[in-house]
Ligand binder design. Sequence first.
Ligand code: MRU
Length: 345
Amino acid sequence: MLWNETCFQLLNQTKLPGKLEYISCSDYKVVADAIKRLEVRGAPAIGAAAAFALVLGARQIQDKQGDFLSNLLIIAQELRETRPTAVNLFWAIDRMLSVASRYKTGDNISHIIDDLEKEAIAIANEDKDVNRRMSEHGATLFNTPCAVLTHCNAGALATVAFGTALGVIREAWSQKKITRVYADETRPLLQGARLTAWELKQEDIPVTLITDNMAGWVMKQGMVQAVIVGADRIALNGDVANKIGTYSVAVLAKEHGIPFYVAAPISTFDFNIKSGEDIPIEERDADEVTSLAGVRIAPEGVDVFNPAFDVTPNELVSAIITEYGVLRAPYFDQIVNLKNRMKGE
Ligand code: MRU
């Protein structure tokens, strides 16, 4: 994503890998629609996009009748309703609103908007830094050269830069610790085939694309030695919500004695929920399942279940890689420590 004084641009991820097309946003509603349509997607990326959307929205309401902060809260609510699972969205919106709430009715609105812009830029810049730090911690988990499997896209596209799981992979590959990446295609919307394969090919990192139902056989054949994925929300007990299909991969990894790693920044932890049972799981349109690349593949009228995420129980998670280091089970106390550390910073 690109931000400058006059415009906010988002790379339209639904057009990849065929076309590099940018969406120019000067209206916060354009960003909200882009989040709903997955034109911008991935937990940290939607958080940063929502932060910039609030700056655009603030500019749009600065001359509007009524109380500025009340109008900003209405925009924030619209942005909150775009997608329910990735907690980074709510984290970024709350952070922006806490900046706005320092001001009182009657204060100079242009100063509030300047501060909101600074905060959105800080959120974006911090994400880049956090991903680098997480990648360095994650690379320490790999000692001998090995192949890894990943699911969905947790790369530069899903973040502001570098990526979470793909950030670790990039770093470990540059240290010659990872030799090849097996990318699950990730039905229904194919983030693995369209985005992860594209990102890795850009950098000549060896990637082999497989359909989701091949993961078990690839493990059985000894073709991968670790799994690494990103996350959309992590509960206090270490339960992890991520793209639908992640849970199946974790079960398969356990069966084959392969470590299952999750890479996620602190903005992906939900310190308010005790377990994955409290994570809201987005359900999306049936069309995503009944069609493939716009072509209908199922009979008209068939019943469809289309959860966009699942929850992997903490006992299947070998380690959680954060920008502060690597967490190992039991997770609860370490995640509470992280929460306390955040309060202190
Ligand atoms: O529906 P999506 O494409 O937004 O889902 C994205 C994922 O599940 C990613 O794995 C997750 O956000 C981690 S991104 C660094």
